[in-house]
Write a new protein. Structure first.
Length: 106
């Protein structure tokens, strides 16, 4: 398993599917499944029956996981999708946006 190109808290752009072009913040990364959970993107509606915990019931809208290949990191400079490369600086491994050359962390 290599270093993570997308991490929790990153701004991403959806590259394909019904939410193409939408942006959001990564809530959770699931490296084993190769999926990411993004705030406000790929929202699934779950119809809940009334229960003791939730006597009203109703519809819960929660984000569903997206495949990691469908998302790209948003460039810190212009917010457009970019690929990520790794550079070593002062013995630290940094993520760098390929499009603009901006460092993502550090």
């Amino acid at each position: 398993m290599g270093a993570a190109k997308i991490k929790k808290g990153d701004s991403i752009v959806v590259r394909s599917g019904k939410d193409k072009g939408r942006t959001g913040t990564v809530l959770q990364v699931m490296p084993k499944d190769g999926k990411v959970l993004v705030e406000g993107v790929n929202v699934a509606a779950r119809h809940r029956k009334p229960s003791q915990a939730n006597p009203q019931g109703g519809i819960d809208r929660l984000p569903a996981p997206l495949h990691i290949s469908k998302v790209a990191l948003a460039d810190p400079k212009d917010g457009k999708p970019t690929r990520v490369r790794f550079e070593t600086k002062d013995g630290k491994k940094l993520r760098v946006a390929v499009k603009s050359g901006e460092t993502i962390d550090g």
